[in-house]
Write a protein that binds this ligand. Sequence first.
Ligand code: GLU
Length: 493
Amino acid sequence: MNLSPVRVRFAPSPTGRMHLGSARTALYDYLLARRSAGQFILRIEDTDRKRFVEGAEQELRDGLRWLGIQYDEGPDLGGPYGPYRQSERQESYQQWAAELLRRDQAFPCFCSADRLEKVRQEQLKNKQSLRYDGTCRQLDPAEAQRRIAAGEKHVIRFKMPYEGETRAVDTMRGEIVWQNKDLDDSVLMKSDGLPTYHLAAMADDYEMKITHVIRGSEWLSSFPLHVNIIRALGWPEPIWMHLSVFLKPSGKGKMSKREAAEAIKDGHSIFVTDLKDLGYTPEGVLNWIVLMGWGVAEDDVMSLDQMVQRFDPTNLNPSPAAINFAKLDHFNGTHIRLMDAADLAGRIKPFLVGAGFSVDDAKLLKIVPLIRERLVTLDDSIPFAGFFFKDELTPDPQDLIAKDLTPAQSAGVAQTALEILTDLPDVSHAQAEPPLRRFVEQSGLQPNQVFGILRVAVTGQKVSPPLFESMEIIGREVVLARIRRAVELLTTF
Ligand code: GLU
């Protein structure tokens, strides 16, 4: 597939936390830009001051950085088409609004919120389509000018054609046709002089030379308005793709705040920075979300670079995908196993440190191959590897008692093992395993009885990485001390 260089933008509003839907849109933008050797732009759509959330832009930028979705132009990077925050582009929107008024494609509207509400109620009662009733559209322009000059509060509305139809193409969904009589004279400039999304986004897309718009399907209802604005100003039209929303895990309905909270209880989340804190890797998250709406084989394990190589926007799929956290776990574990040991150690370390362990890097590097297979998330390393970094263990004495043995018999087993190991120059796997196996055979016990006692003694837990490898890493002195302690605990039980 040969694509000419595109210019795409991810245009979030800083109104809340960065969720999976935004991350997927940004990812597709990025893939399309890289695939075509084009540019990917971050634009912050912050004109809705009521919904503005302090810190949201920072979270978005952190989320993108963590995921490795690098943009080429943006508020912190600058670029030839800046500024990249809408709040810093006011003048341009005012000019375009004035231009639409001049072309008689927009009109000032002085209607009060009360009046508009009455009209709405009336339309609801009469089962009419809900739209502006055109009162101010009828105003004599000179009269309107006089009222504006007198400082009367007003908005600017787009003059939707009353007749005919609007047609536009979404490359994922085909051509869509709307009857103009159903379309509204939407507000382009609010009474505070700030633009709505409709005008601001279209103007920015034009000025930033955006060639492809990838955005959520919640914008399909205002799609006809957007193409009419673009056509009224004679701008080139971008290629449009409206991605479907994510459905909740059951597949029934959109993800709500309640389901989002449920997911967190379960160790998952729909928010990008939460996933980072929960021990997911960018590789796992990217692999998971890229397939939610892209028609390649479901279980395809890909790095970001491989996604760039393979990405084909014609395979984007408009049917909504249900969020499936089991797949996230699958991809995360798979990518963890693909990492080299040093990389994985570096990623695990902050989780162990966060859990209060002082981590020795060389030791961690030896531990990684032992635990890698068992990790779904990076923080699974805490139960699997934490004991390596503990000074003192206090195993539950109950856990030290082997199946079908009394505490005294278990103490005897631990004591013999202690003597065997004490006689060895070290407790390496090669040195320790043969004499302990011989002991098992001679004692007539089951291997899991003997090794179960030693496992709990040495690691403090019933489930651990392989015993002999673990002992080798923990080292002779500590291993012996821990077994000695287990003997004590069992004899005083
Ligand atoms: N600011 C809009 C949003 O966050 C962007 C939509 C778009 O990409 O055009 O939903």
